[in-house]
Design a protein. Structure first.
Length: 433
């Protein structure tokens, strides 16, 4: 199962505005009629319940949306770029590396915009006014956002089986459900999580078998570091503990090792409801297993059921199923972690979207004799919209810079008309009026 992927997404760039004038017979001085460029397409992650893992991203890791169309004469605006949808399975966590945003996609149809298309440029008609009736410039479209995204699949299961390698988790899953996990007598038989469905009279519970944990799993040892994330969404943990380990290890020490690694990985796992399954009971006599059950029940207290089980004889399997049915809440909309069971069609009383405002700050630095550099994301995006070889566009840009306060900041640093100014790597002589 492919449960991790890293992809690069790039939204579409905006289309350029058009520089055009109306030219028709018997229509003197028709004026500007350049249309606007279209907006670039967004990149959107869509939760698709027909998918099960991230296998498709092994063959393709770069995704790019279409750009917006360029504006044309006669006030014809460019077409907006189509939205690029990337389908991921339920349970996918997407981390946007550009800003650290995390999207948790757990409900079918859920959408998350991970890269926004660039805005289109305005045509010269937009700049016409009483004092400037024939603008001979238009704006360029801006590039869309691009970033790397780390995808991690966390299985949506009601209960998770945890324990040391060869504790009997796969055998227990096979007897409780109709799953057919690989079972063998060597460590790390299970190399990837396996899912099974426990059928009861009126409910179905999904159970996940997690590869065996060893000491240091939370720090990357063994296979636990890769698959511990799959039990983060579970609501009940079944700790499978071998009554008679073949290596002669102490069951109490084995129990403490697994519980410690769970807590180190995510403190939430340490407070999840537990069921302790004492496995392979068919290998010990009845007196020994009853003694072990009583001792563990006294140690863990009344809140943690202790069940003696045997996958070979079926001992305790019905009791395990009953405990899971009792401990897993039926109201998934309230009990599921991370919104895994939130109602799909629910109405919100009030819904607001907050997005970070554009960074409008800038910084002016003198870099040499009669040379200055202006840095700032907003200023760089502004300069990128205009052709600085066009005198009309340059004059308009100078007016914008004065209105924003950049000219005032330059003058405070000693700027004089005709000095060289560098913005976004472009150097030009600025001669404001």
């Amino acid at each position: 199962m492919q449960d991790r992927a890293r992809i690069h997404v790039e939204a579409g760039g905006g289309g350029d505005g058009c520089l055009s004038f109306r030219r028709e017979a018997h229509v003197p001085k028709g004026g500007p009629n350049g249309g606007d460029g279209g907006r670039g397409g967004d990149v959107v992650l869509v939760c698709d319940d027909s998918l099960r893992d991230l296998e498709s991203f092994r063959r393709r890791s770069h995704f790019k949306a279409r750009r917006g169309g360029h504006g044309e004469g006669s006030l014809r605006h460019g077409k907006d770029g189509e939205t690029l949808e990337i389908h991921v399975p339920p349970g996918t966590e997407a981390r946007v590396e550009a800003d650290g945003t995390v999207h948790d996609l757990v409900r079918p149809g859920q959408r998350a915009v991970v890269a926004r298309g660039g805005p289109g440029g305005r045509g010269n008609k937009r700049f016409a006014g009483p004092t400037h009736q024939t603008p001979r410039f238009a704006e360029k479209g801006l590039a869309g956002g691009e970033t790397w995204i780390t995808l991690q699949l966390k299985l949506l299961a009601d209960a998770g089986l945890v324990g040391l390698p060869n504790a009997g988790k796969s055998s227990l899953l096979g007897r409780l459900t109709r799953a057919h996990p690989k079972v063998a007598d060597y460590p790390f038989t299970t190399l990837e999580p396996a899912l099974g469905t426990l059928e009861t009279d009126d409910r179905q519970l999904v159970i996940a078998d997690i590869p065996g944990l060893i000491e240091g799993a939370s720090a990357g040892a063994g296979l636990g570091h890769d698959f511990l994330a799959h039990i983060e969404r579970t609501r009940v943990l079944v700790h499978v503990l071998d009554l008679t380990p073949l290596d002669g290890s102490d069951p109490e020490a084995n129990y403490a090792t697994v519980e410690r690694e769970l807590e180190l990985h995510n403190p939430r796992l340490s407070v999840l409801p537990r069921v302790l399954a004492l496995s392979k009971a068919d290998l010990v006599d009845e007196v020994a297993r009853e003694t072990a059950r009583v001792a563990w029940a006294e140690r863990l207290g009344p809140d943690t059921p202790v069940v003696v089980t045997s996958s070979a004889t079926g001992l305790g399997l019905a009791q395990i199923g009953g405990e899971l049915t009792r401990l897993v809440p039926e109201e998934t909309a309230e009990a599921a972690p991370d919104g895994a069971g939130a109602p799909v069609g629910g109405e919100l009383a009030e819904h607001r979207v907050f997005r970070p405002a554009a960074d409008r700050s800038y910084r002016v630095v003198k870099v040499g004799d009669r040379a200055y550099r202006v840095t700032g994301k907003g200023i760089e995006r502004l300069v990128a919209r205009y052709d600085l070889d066009n005198d009309d566009a340059l004059a308009y840009l100078e007016r914008r810079l004065r209105g924003i306060g950049v000219i005032r900041a330059l003058e405070a640093e000693g700027f004089e008309p005709g000095d060289e100014v560098e913005i976004a790597g472009i150097a030009f002589d600025l001669d404001p009026e």
